[in-house]
Design a protein around this ligand. Structure first.
Ligand SMILES: NC(=O)C1=CN([C@@H]2O[C@H](COP(=O)(O)OP(=O)(O)OC[C@H]3O[C@@H](n4cnc5c(N)ncnc54)[C@H](OP(=O)(O)O)[C@@H]3O)[C@@H](O)[C@H]2O)C=CC1
Ligand SMILES: Nc1nc(=O)c2c([nH]1)NC[C@@H]1CN(c3ccc(C(=O)N[C@@H](CCC(=O)O)C(=O)O)cc3)C=[N+]21
Ligand SMILES: [Mg+2]
Length: 293
């Protein structure tokens, strides 16, 4: 039995179409549009690629995009000044500071300086704090974890009452993904680099979210037959048959996993496109709150 493929690209396009329609209606009603500001420090090629695709996605959705590129040796004060300017700009409803930043910059300080009402990445302590507390609602939820949940929900995979295992506990993916699953009444276990028996724990799961940054680590033999696998990982694997000399693979060994799982996301074309679609959705929601009912 081969797993059903969860088409992240198609689901992301559906989200982007919904956002575009709502932006069109907002423009007609208010004469105003949502705005997203992306701050990039340094010259990482991968970051530049991500920032370009975010800006293109904004254009297609009718969201205005603003951007500031700072050199690798920019000071923390300079980054904070850019954030402060976007905080004060009424045309900006979302601010994203591309990660990772150069080592000499204190990431916690910069992320904490973003107005939490414009924190479209959902990384501000107030938003993370609310996400972690029962009965509280964050203004924004981190894009990649929210994208994982949307993939499950839009595929009709039940979460409530299920056993979910998240592989990885980073602040940007694993931990918020686990919190979101828990808020939807899954029973959640987090596996990390000090977990001695990850295979055994994963085999209990109805839902596995893999976000450990380890190429093809989760194998088919780790999975319960019929489970749903959401592969967040993005890793470049050498492949001389490709023009670029590599291809992208996930944190899950796709071929063996697809023989056991009931549903699985591919890499590319799974979680990655959802991250960008949710960023647009978060920006729209920020603008809706700013403009009022
Ligand atoms: N598709 C998308 O939109 C996005 C994809 N990504 C990708 O997702 C993956 C995870 O990203 P991110 O969370 O930022 O990565 P990090 O490196 O920040 O975190 C990795 C986590 O996995 C854990 N881990 C590492 N090795 C193992 C192991 N052998 N067994 C179990 N757990 C392990 C680490 O544990 P410990 O805490 O103990 O160190 C850590 O908690 C990466 O492949 C990244 O490229 C990331 C963001 C967005
Ligand atoms: N402040 C901040 N917010 C982020 O959300 C953030 C960040 N920093 N730093 C880097 C990570 C990574 N990330 C991805 C976005 C899109 C794809 C994506 O579209 N991937 C395509 C493939 C793209 C390709 O072919 O290279 C796919 O998986 O199909 C992947 C990863 C957002 N991140
Ligand atoms: Mg994100």
């Amino acid at each position: 039995m081969a797993a059903e493929i969860i088409d992240g690209k198609a689901i992301a396009q559906a989200v982007r179409d919904e956002v575009r329609d709502k932006v069109t209606a907002m423009r007609a009603k208010t004469g105003k549009a949502p705005g997203l500001a992306v701050v990039l420090v340094g010259e990482r090629k991968d970051s530049q690629t991500y920032v370009r695709s975010k800006k293109k996605a904004c254009e297609e959705a009718g969201i205005e995009s603003f951007g500031t590129d700072l050199p690798e040796d920019a000071t923390e004060e300079e980054v904070l000044a850019v954030v402060a300017a976007y905080n004060a700009d009424p045309n900006v409803h979302g601010i994203l500071v591309q990660l990772p930043m150069p080592k000499h910059i204190n990431e916690e300080r910069v992320l904490g300086a973003i107005d939490y009402e414009k924190d479209v990445d959902g990384f501000h302590p107030l938003n993370i704090g609310r996400l972690s507390q029962r009965g509280r609602e964050p203004l924004f939820v981190p894009c990649t974890p929210r994208g994982c949940i949307e993939l499950l929900e839009r595929t009709g995979i039940p979460i409530a009452g299920k056993e979910a295992v998240v592989v990885g506990r980073s602040n940007v993916v694993g931990t918020p993904a686990a919190l979101l699953l828990q808020r939807r009444d899954a029973t959640v276990t987090i596996v990390h680099s000090r977990t001695p028996n990850p295979e055994e724990i994963c085999r209990r799961a109805d839902i596995v979210i893999a976000a450990c940054g380890q190429m093809e680590m989760v194998k088919g033999s780790w999975l319960k037959p019929g489970c749903a696998v959401i592969d967040v990982g993005i890793n470049a694997k050498d492949d001389p048959s490709k023009k670029r000399g590599y291809r992208l693979v996930g944190d899950v060994e796709y071929d063996s996993a697809a023989e056991v799982a009931g549903h699985i996301t591919p890499v590319p074309g799974g979680v990655g496109p959802m991250t960008i679609a949710i960023l647009l959705q978060n920006t729209l929601e920020g603008a809706e709150r700013a403009f009022g009912p």
